[in-house]
Design a protein around this ligand. Structure first.
Ligand SMILES: [Ca+2]
Length: 334
């Protein structure tokens, strides 16, 4: 298996890197220009045009088992846009149907997750230890956070499927000043010991709102040499190697391509997100990279040397930003 490491940054900083620590690289805009649809066949894909709900928590999308997870006392729901509901101003990315999700009462449901279960007889047989997900997401044009030191969890590339639910990774949106539309994007992990690490942060990220955007990520599952890469609209944003992405004692895991989850201090509702055109691959799909200059490039972390510096720069208390899945739900029913 040959996943090329990031190029110039690793070369330049190699003497400084702690090789046993996870590393984050500079955005590499020269990666392959082959699009995911070009010659690569997904093991599963859906445009949701013929998808219905099997239950309040499950889709009838065929082929894979999904699970919309939230508390059982109300306050969260998912629906088929164009079938169950027609939200003014919302046009699905493809066709006339997509998935809508909302969290309306954080006191009742702590999260709203679109989980795809990966275990034997469901997807694991198809993907093995390599997962590549492409999904289109939509956040409202006026999307923002609503409390100081708030955080919002957009997706989990991987999440261990049983107690202690470690390790896992999360993509977070931060808004240091909620009176201005300036956002940061973080890549965080909680490792198998429970230690939280911010492994990448993009300051002043031009968060796509009021339009569909393409989230793509790759996970190589391995106890110590795992890999996670994250792209949005074809731009590689996070590239982490030497990462624990697997607890070898726990077989099942899942991936969460869309999620609503935020700090309890935020009482705003409803938070909404729409999902369309999901594709799952079992190899690292070459992703095209935008040829434009990135105004936020200079603020991207170029390497991680230990974790201390990151903890200092991160304004959000780690204990609040990521919580064990088993302890932060007021109500949790599967
Ligand atoms: Ca669609």
């Amino acid at each position: 298996m040959n996943y090329s490491k990031p190029l110039s940054v690793v070369v330049l900083l190699l003497p400084l890197l702690i090789l046993s620590s996870p590393q984050v690289s500079l955005v590499n805009i020269s990666e392959s220009s082959t699009s995911p649809a070009n010659g690569v066949t997904p093991v599963f894909s859906t445009d949701f045009e013929n998808v219905t709900r099997r239950s309040p928590n499950l889709l009838n999308s065929g082929g894979i088992q999904d699970l919309f997870e939230y508390g059982g006392r109300g306050g969260a729901r998912m629906w088929m846009e164009g079938l169950d509901r027609e939200t003014p101003g919302i046009t699905c990315h493809s066709g006339s149907r997509c998935v809508g999700m909302e969290l309306t009462d954080i006191a009742e449901s702590r999260r709203n997750e679109f989980n795809i279960i990966i275990r034997p007889s469901n997807l694991e047989d198809l993907i093995g230890n390599e997962l590549f997900v492409s999904v289109w997401l939509y956040l409202p044009a006026d999307w923002r956070l609503h409390s100081a030191y708030d955080w919002y969890e957009l997706a989990n590339p991987f999440f261990t499927g049983g107690p202690t639910y470690l390790p896992y990774a999360a993509l977070h949106i931060l808004q240091p000043d909620i009176t201005t539309d300036v956002f940061n994007l973080d890549f965080d992990v909680r490792d198998i010991s429970g230690t939280i690490r911010t492994l990448g942060q993009i300051v002043n990220y031009p968060l796509p709102r009021g339009r569909w955007f393409n989230l793509e990520y790759f996970v190589f599952r391995h106890p110590t040499e795992g890999i996670v890469r994250v792209w949005i609209d074809g731009t590689l944003l996070f590239n982490v190697n030497h990462l624990s992405t697997e607890d070898p004692s726990i077989t099942s895991w899942f991936t969460t391509p869309a999620k609503i989850y935020y700090d309890p201090s935020d009482k705003f509702s409803p938070y909404r997100i729409w999902v369309d055109d999901l594709a799952i691959y079992n190899i690292l799909v070459p992703v095209s990279s935008s040829p434009i200059a990135f105004p936020w490039e200079s603020t991207i972390l170029v390497a991680i040397i230990g974790v201390t510096a990151l903890a200092v720069m991160n304004r959000i208390p780690h204990s609040a930003k990521l919580s064990p899945k088993t302890s932060d739900d007021r109500s949790r029913e599967l």
